[in-house]
Design a protein around this ligand. Sequence first.
Ligand SMILES: Nc1ncnc2c1ncn2[C@@H]1O[C@H](COP(=O)(O)OP(=O)(O)OP(=O)(O)O)[C@@H](O)[C@H]1O
Ligand SMILES: [Mg+2]
Length: 277
Amino acid sequence: MNDAANNEAALVRAPGARNGSPIVELRGVSKQFGALVVLEKVSLRLQRGQTAVIIGESGTGKSVLLKHMVGLLRPDAGEVYVDGERVDDLGARDWVRVRRRFGVLFQGGALFDSMTAVDNVAFPILEHRTLPKPEVREIAMAKLRMVGLEAFADRKPAQLSGGQRKRVALARAIALDPEVILYDEPTTGLDPVRSDVINELVLKLQRELQVTNVVVTHDMTSAYKIADRIIMLQQGAFIADGTPDEIRASGDDRVRQFVEGRASEEDLQSLQVERRR
Ligand SMILES: Nc1ncnc2c1ncn2[C@@H]1O[C@H](COP(=O)(O)OP(=O)(O)OP(=O)(O)O)[C@@H](O)[C@H]1O
Ligand SMILES: [Mg+2]
């Protein structure tokens, strides 16, 4: 092997050597749709192996933020880096390579209705890897085992509960052994017990697979439980960034109002109601 190939191999095999560098980084990213400014020069460095939780009001740009990390949206200005490589200007073919490092649990977490749970999980494996079918099924079953749904492998989505469907979608998101998992509101629509199952899974994936988790949620119980770091997005900018304890103790009214789930004075005025104490 020549030196260049040697170095290349060393880089691939020793991610730990670059542990200090962020796995995902946004530098001064701006995005608007027509006149609507959604992100205004936001910068963010996500550390490997951590769980970052993004909170913020509905419509504030949390999903838009996630989509920039996997090339589904491109910034109007600013740069996006994955493991030190600039990616916002990559072509479609290079994005396929970069996107393989991500598992994504989209808002809604759509499964293919006509396929069984195990076939849903096997789908990305068949797309991206050339392996014999029985081996693919074995990998898919292992992922279902990871989310505790091995016994439901042959059911179709319509025969599963909402929480089970989310877990199948999560098994599918980890099918290709991603380094980073993006979750867009993984607990929305679930009761507190089912939500906590998802919380435990997020923590388990971090612990057992050392993945980096990025979780968008409105659910503060979940945020406090899973986050190493909570970041709040409002009106195009990050207005808070800290540990769960720091966010709990925040003196910023906008943060307090959100985490305590209180309507704003403006909202109350527009409804012509007085705040009940
Ligand atoms: N492709 C698009 N074209 C035009 N406008 C868009 C597009 N994607 C998002 N938007 C707008 O950008 C804003 C932010 O959307 P986004 O989906 O990121 O909100 P969100 O914070 O994820 O909200 P929610 O909590 O309700 O999911 C919204 O006003 C939305 O209508
Ligand atoms: Mg969203």
